[in-house]
Every structure is written in C-alpha cells, then in structure tokens.
Design a protein around this ligand. Structure first.
Ligand code: 5GP
Ligand code: SF4
Ligand code: MG
Length: 450
C-alpha cells in the first residue's frame, strides 16, 4: 500500500490526490482521501484506481487544510469496500481517520482480544484493529497511540488524522518506508519520496523506526513508543516495490537495482555468450541497464509493456494473474529473433511471469534465453504486507534449481545471491523471504510461535 499526508495547506485534498497518484504503483485495489478542517473529518474512498475513484468529483467535499490518503494493495482482508482506507471512526473525543501500510503480524490475537472486550468490527483489515486499539486506551491521544503501538507486532507505517492534528508512526523495525518533507509553511508525509517531487515538497528525512511524529500548531514534535528499535526496511522495496526515482533510507532505488544487475553480470563474466540484454519492464529495467553496462552487451527493448494494465501480481486469483500477464507484455520480435538473450527480471515468486516471457521470446525465435533474477530465490512467506502468500505457492520452495530452469523453459537460470543483494542495498534490511530470519515473533492461529 501507499500512504500520503498533508499538514497545513489550503489545498490539502488536491495535493493528497497528486501525491497518491505518484504512489499508485503501490496498490491499485482501492484509494481514498480524508481531510480535516479543525471541526470535523471528511472522507471519500472507493475501489479501483485513484483516478477512477475520484472521477465523479469526490474531491469537492473534502474540506480543510490537513489530509491523509491511501492506495490499497490487498493482503489481509478482502477487497470489500469496508477494507478500503482511510478508516474513519467517530468517537466522543472527536473523529479520527487512519491510513496504514504493512501488516500486523498479531492481528488475529489482538482482534480476538478486542472482540472479547466488546469491540465490533466492520471489515477484516488491520487498520480497523489499530483504530480500536487506540480508542480503548486512556489519556491524551499521543499517549494512547504510543501504548497501542507497543502491543502491535509486524509492519506498520501509519498516519492518523484528527480534527486538528496529524500523527505519523513507523514500526520499531522500520519494515515499511515513510518519509517527511516540508511544503511551504506545512508538512507532507509519504511512503515514498517520489511523491514529494510530484508536488514540489522538500524532503526532510525518513521517519525513524519506533518514532511517533506529531504535527500540530506547535509544529513538529518527535517521540518514540519504544527504545528497542532497529533499521530493517523490507528488501523488496528496493527489488520491486518502490519507484526507481524514490530514495529509500537514503539509497536511490534505481541505483540499487542497477548495482544488482552489475553484480549479476560480473558473476556471468566467464561463461555466458550472449547477444543482447532484455529487462522485463518496468521494474527490471534498472537491473538490465546495470547488467548491460558491466557486460558490454547492448540493452535492447525486447519486451514492451502495455501501460494501461495494472501490476499483474496484485490480481487475486491465479487465472486472472495469468490473463493479466498476457495483456501486459508483448515481445518485440524484430529485436529478439535469432538472438541469444539475457533476460533480466527483478524477482521470481510464483514463476508465472518468467515462464510466460521465456515462452514468448522462444516463440519469437530467440535462439537462447538466459534468465537472470536480480534478487535471491524467495523460499519463505512474508508476514509483513507483501502478498507472496503461502510457502507452497513459492516456486523456488517447491522446485530444485534444475527443475525450476526446466519449468520456466530457460537455457540457463541464475539468481542474485543474498550476499550480493546485501552488498547492493546494505545489510540493514529485512531479508526474511530469502533466509527465513523474521524480525518479529511469528504467530500461528493467534499463538506466538517464536
Ligand atoms: P511471478 O510471476 O514469479 O509470480 O512474480 C514475479 C513477477 O511479478 C516479477 O516480474 C515482479 O516484477 C512482479 N511482481 C508483481 N508484484 C510483486 C510483488 O508484490 N512482489 C514481487 N516480488 N514481485 C512482484
Ligand atoms: Fe520484505 Fe521479504 Fe521481509 Fe516481507 S519478508 S518484509 S517481502 S524482505
Ligand atoms: Mg516484473
């Protein structure tokens, strides 16, 4: 998911719209914006892409100088409208709106506890749990937020809008990104820095793991809900999720991907005879450029992406996912025919994409296809908000590397090693889907298992 917020700007709603537009790649299942004018909270949201949600003029009713917005990538909770954010609660102390990116690992347990104590849930998403957790505590809101966060395990970057103030919170491992920028007299918060560029905001810094930032009339105040913090940003932010023009924890995403490609080329140096490098658009183009630069092989546009189809992975069923890939990618036959192709993809999850593309290239008479995956084999599921699903669905878990090469139909197959990924993006990341070293306790049927 992507979250975005504006504090203190007369155009809070439209700016949120433009900011979210720059984050659309982070989720296409739903979108929404809530604003506050000091007296009340207004919200408009719906299913689908941002532009289609707001095409009938939903922005008009969003009054006030502060806003939070969300683009949804469904993991926990279905795609019902009840799960689309912002999630708004009307309470005696005033209204609040929450937007959330990530996944609460102990959601099941917390939900049971809350229900046993009388809470009633409208939807099935984690964000609602956060709302209830906050409402149930006593004291000033900042204290309530801090107390609630202590009980949450997992990944969460969230923004809370009250009638007057705006809060930004990042989990103690910093699993999901969140940054803050200056915009005129006010502030701006975003999952990714690319959205700051889009609206002319000036990047200040990343919100720190465990930090709670409060924006009010007094300006920006920082506090921490815990002292046990560490920097464990999701490595997949660099590999796949973020836009190449974003800087995540101080590293430019394009630069990291390019480095991964370069390293892959160095590993191939003695041995791989090929004619061209082709990256799978869009997320693998940076790695393909790096591979090309280091190998001396030309980087060619062998595959074309139809821009008007969303990210395939996000479609919920396998059949739709297969169809999605077909609508999305075409081969540039004149470029690849008769060529030995080094095909670069950023990641291999279920194998759907790679298998289809290798087949496409072969049908277009590519002489050989050497598949290079610019990340390590994914063999463990993610519990922090990336929908790589169950272990059984992970093709690298199910198949040996020889069987996998055969399955995708490539002449050779190689992954980036974990050590090489660490070299490219630094060691301070979560790499759990590659090595099983989860950064929080895990829960099984509501029970803590580690
Ligand atoms: P597969 O087709 O192997 O299941 O998925 C891998 C492909 O899906 C890659 O080309 C990658 O760019 C794309 N992809 C889309 N969404 C995601 C995601 O959430 N995580 C990862 N790792 N890859 C994704
Ligand atoms: Fe990211 Fe993988 Fe960690 Fe999930 S398990 S947060 S996808 S690195
Ligand atoms: Mg891809």
């Amino acid at each position: 998911c992507g979250v975005f917020g504006i504090y203190h700007n007369p155009e809070a709603a439209s700016l949120a719209y433009f900011g979210l537009h720059a984050l659309q790649h982070r989720g296409q299942e739903g979108a929404g914006i809530a604003t506050a004018d000091g007296k009340d909270i207004y919200c408009f949201k719906g299913r689908g892409l941002l532009a289609s949600v707001f095409e009938q003029g939903g922005l008009a009713g969003l009054k006030g100088g502060n806003s939070v917005g969300h683009v949804r990538y469904g993991t926990e909770g279905g795609n019902e409208i009840e799960n689309v954010q912002p999630m708004v609660a009307r309470a005696q102390i005033g209204s609040i709106a929450v937007v959330h990116n990530g996944q609460i690992a102990n959601a099941g347990e917390l939900r049971c506890e809350l229900e046993n104590n009388g809470s009633i849930f409208r939807g099935t998403s984690d964000s609602e749990i956060i709302l209830h957790m906050i409402q149930r505590r006593k004291g000033p809101l900042l204290r309530k937020i801090q107390e609630a966060c202590k009980k949450l395990d997992g990944a969460f970057s969230f923004l809370i809008l009250t009638e007057k103030n705006l809060y930004a919170i990042r989990d103690k491992n910093g699993l999901r990104p969140l940054s803050i920028a200056r915009l005129n007299e006010g502030y701006c918060l975003s999952s990714e820095s690319c959205a700051f560029e889009a609206i002319g905001a000036k990047f200040l810094r990343d919100v720190r793991p465990g930090e709670v930032i409060k924006l009010s009339e007094k300006g920006m105040e920082s506090s921490f809900y815990t002292e046990e913090t560490q920097h464990r940003i999701c490595a997949m932010e660099y590999i796949y999720f973020s836009r190449p023009d974003s800087n995540v924890e101080g590293l430019n995403v394009h630069t990291v991907r390019k480095k991964c490609g370069k390293i892959m080329a160095m590993k191939d140096r003695d041995g791989l005879a090929a004619d061209i490098v082709v990256g799978v658009p869009d997320s693998s183009l940076s790695a393909a450029m790096g591979y090309s630069e280091a190998s001396g092989l030309p980087c060619e546009m062998g595959l074309i992406k139809n821009r008007y189809v969303g990210r395939t992975f996000i479609k919920p069923t396998q059949r739709l996912r297969d169809m999605g890939v077909k609508m999305k990618l075409s081969v540039n036959v004149s470029v690849v025919a008769g060529k030995r192709v080094v095909l670069i993809d950023d990641s291999l999850v279920r194998g759907t994409t790679s298998r289809y593309i290798v087949q496409l290239l072969k049908e277009a008479s590519a002489k050989e296809v050497h598949l290079r995956i610019a990340s390590p084999a994914i063999i463990y599921p993610c519990f922090y908000g990336v929908d790589t699903s169950t272990q059984q669905e992970l093709i690298s878990y199910r198949l040996s590397s020889a069987a996998l090469r055969e399955y995708v139909g490539a002449d050779s197959l190689r992954f980036l090693s974990l050590e090489d990924l660490q070299r490219a993006c630094g060691g301070n990341c979560c790499f759990a889907c590659f090595n099983g070293e989860y950064v929080t306790p895990l829960y099984c049927h509501g029970e803590k298992s580690k």
